[in-house]
Design a protein around this ligand. Structure first.
Ligand code: SAH
Length: 196
């Protein structure tokens, strides 16, 4: 197996593992009713589609066909090794965020019935650790796929979702939890502990 084949396989397995990990949490969260779905709108759907293209569709086209070949370069073993380690870290963090958020999780911005504000576990350090995990996926993609378009599309796609969503999400949480959320914001950062 060449290094390139191994790197593409590692990216594919990482993405499959991501969705397999999510399955039991998805089933549990679905059973919890939705109290407020005002923000589940066209804007959200467009953002989710852009993110799916960047983290899934564009890299999958490259991994299966090599397109766009003119923007590919030779990968180094160090880069690929780092990509595997970062994807494993992303998967671990993703699993932790789901186990901490439990039934309060949703794909689109919404509030569950008797929604609880979670401020413990990985949520005690940053307010958006699941988005941190997605950024780690994007970093792993950039390291594992030696192609400028497929490698960087994850950052572009998820970055757009993040920058247009995070303010809305925090406004929704502030509306629901008021001073409790303000206090939580005062002692945490968004995605990187102690930094931002
Ligand atoms: N932004 C968070 C959660 C992503 S899932 C993260 O990156 O970890 C999106 C849903 O999670 C939102 O619809 C919101 O209802 C819920 N949510 C976000 N932060 C939360 C928190 N601290 N406690 C409980 N629910 C939260």
């Amino acid at each position: 197996m060449t290094l390139l084949t191994f790197a593409k396989l590692a990216w594919t397995l990482g993405v499959v593992a991501w969705f397999v990990l999510r399955l039991p949490f998805q089933r549990k969260a679905r059973r919890a009713g939705v109290a407020d779905a005002r923000r589940r709108n066209l804007r959200e759907m467009v953002l989710l589609t852009i993110s799916t293209c960047g983290l899934g569709v564009v890299p999958a086209i490259y991994a299966s066909s090599g397109f766009p070949a003119s923007l590919s370069y030779a990968p180094s073993p160090l880069q690929v090794g780092a990509g595997v380690v970062v994807f494993l870290a992303a998967l671990w963090l993703f699993w932790r965020t789901h186990s901490d958020l439990g039934r309060n999780w949703s794909v689109t911005l919404e509030l569950r019935e008797s929604h609880k504000l979670i401020t413990t576990g990985v949520y005690s350090r940053v307010r958006h650790p699941m988005y941190s995990a997605f950024f780690l996926w994007a970093l792993a993609q950039a390291l594992l796929l030696p192609n400028l378009v497929a490698g960087l599309s994850g950052f572009v796609g998820f970055g757009i979702l993040y920058f247009f969503r995070v303010g809305e999400e925090e406004a929704m949480m502030r509306e629901a939890f008021g001073a409790e959320y303000d206090a939580y914001c005062a002692r945490t950062k968004r995605v990187i502990p102690f930094i931002c």
